[in-house]
Design a protein around this ligand. Structure first.
Ligand SMILES: [Zn+2]
Length: 476
């Protein structure tokens, strides 16, 4: 009895500030998926400790999110309407008092089938959605800047009968529990009655592969490829950077093939129905997996996160297949595309990334020349060290730098320093030629570098290669 009494006294005498701290803001969503009307109906309840105006961001309209927010309205917890203003990319709810505010909206989908892995689509058979195209929510970046904690999140999806949800969030019963605002807006979700889900592990990290639709390859071949990409990625660059990775593989539109890492741990692979699981898609899958390291665990210039990633993807894919000709074919193909880029002799990759942010990845320097830069730097470092050191060592060093930083960002100058300290003056000269300047790269440069990297003579193919077909690989 005395113990109970003491507890009561402590509770009633706790300062108000301490009580407020022990109850963080919470944000709960109920999301009803209504395929017949091709929209979602979303209701949310946000508790806040403070009074005033609550800002919420909405799905981007400029990007190909594929959704539109309609009928946004807010009330207090007793149902009294609150004033809502449109503001830039979101809404402001005025007159909020400490406690709960409720808001609701309808989310219309413009496409029945997603046009690519970075967009969203809903029809009577499936939902594929990038999470940032679904949620009206407090902006996680703004919250971080003000050093506030993001509300504790819970999301419940109300699905059509028999549908199964695929997401990379923790769950407790029906509730999905995104860990943060970035997690809420940074993932990919999918739902359908016919997902086939496989799981595996590489080191301490688990992975799930959710597949639906008919393609010209078996599920097990795809799961093998994904497992191989994670295993070889971890062997080259250190353990998989996240505890769990989810791959969502759906059949998209004919003629449209797209893959992307969303957030830090979900990879969407939307391929056309007739797609074969041969070199191009194998390479793309390795590319997306390696974004867990480059673009996820480490951020830097796009020529590295896209182009050098494409080189490593080709190198590891060739290793997985035990056939260096795969690496050679992919590099020569990249050179053919590079050779068609009009401004390749006048603009550096860095300048292009600043001035031409959009475009097809088959015809951008950051991809095509970036991949060749990876090959040429790798060869320069290996030449100077009798093959003992390569670009993978540079990558491990810069990943280590990134891991100690909140932003995960490494500068171009820091990568250069790592290249020069591991590869010496020849690597420094190659960096200046390929990264720093716009000197043209010849096909002989490519075959010479391939010789160094593989130890084999892999001359350019006699026939004229087709340029790399559209794969629209992108990330975040
Ligand atoms: Zn990419």
């Amino acid at each position: 009895m005395p113990v109970k009494l003491a507890l009561v006294v402590l509770a009633c005498c706790a300062p108000a500030g301490a009580a407020a701290q022990s109850f963080p803001d919470t944000l709960l969503y109920n999301v009803a998926v209504l395929p017949a009307q091709r929209h979602l109906s979303v209701e949310a309840r946000l508790t806040v400790a403070g009074a005033g105006t609550v800002p919420l961001t909405m799905p981007p309209r400029a990007l190909a999110a594929g959704t539109t927010v309609a009928g946004f309205a807010a009330t207090d917890d007793r149902g009294t309407p609150l004033r809502v203003q449109r503001s830039g990319g979101g809404f402001l709810i005025d007159g909020v008092r400490p406690g709960a505010v409720r808001f609701r909206y309808r989310l219309d989908f413009s496409d029945s089938i997603s046009g690519g892995s970075t967009a969203s689509g809903l029809d009577s058979s499936r939902l594929y959605a990038v999470a940032r195209s679904l949620f009206v929510a407090p902006d996680p970046v703004a919250t971080r800047k003000t050093r506030q904690a993001y509300p504790v999140l819970r999301v419940v999806f109300i699905l059509p009968s028999g549908w199964r949800l695929v997401a990379n969030w923790d769950s407790a019963g029906r509730d999905l529990l995104p860990r943060s605002g970035e997690d809420l807006l940074g993932g990919t979700l999918a739902a359908a009655p016919d997902y086939r889900v496989y799981s595996g592990a590489v080191g301490q990290s688990a992975f799930n592969v959710a597949v639906r639709g008919r393609r010209a390859f078996t599920d097990s071949a795809l799961v093998d490829l994904i497992g191989g990409s994670l295993r070889l990625g971890a062997a080259a660059f250190g353990r998989v950077p996240v505890p769990r990775v989810t791959y969502i593989s759906d059949a998209g539109r004919k003629g449209r093939t797209s893959g992307s890492l969303q957030g830090t741990s979900t990879i969407g692979l939307l391929w056309e129905p007739g797609e074969m699981l041969e070199r191009p898609r194998g390479h793309d899958t390795f590319h997306e997996t390696l974004h867990l390291w480059f673009g996820g665990a480490m951020e830097t210039e796009r020529w590295w996160t896209e182009g050098v990633t494409d080189y490593f993807a080709a190198l590891l894919y060739g290793g997985w297949r035990h056939d260096p000709r795969d690496l050679a074919e992919l590099c020569y193909q990249s050179w053919r595309n590079y050779d068609r880029i009009q401004y390749r002799g006048t603009m550096t990759m860095r300048d292009e990334a600043r001035e031409r942010p959009g475009g097809d990845n088959t015809m951008l320097l950051v991809y095509r020349k970036g991949m060749l830069a990876g090959l040429l730097l790798d060869a320069a470092i290996r030449r100077n060290t009798d093959g003992r050191v390569g670009l993978e060592d540079v990558a491990r060093r810069v990943l280590e730098l990134a891991s100690g930083r909140q932003s995960h960002t490494v500068s171009e100058q820091e990568i250069r320093s790592a290249v020069v300290s591991l590869g010496g003056r020849p690597a420094s000269r190659e960096w200046d030629r390929v990264v720093g300047r716009t000197d043209l790269i010849s096909i002989q440069d490519v075959s010479g570098a391939l010789q160094v990297v593989t130890g084999m003579d892999l001359p350019p193919p006699q026939r004229v290669l087709d340029p790399k077909v559209l794969s629209n690989t992108s990330h975040q």
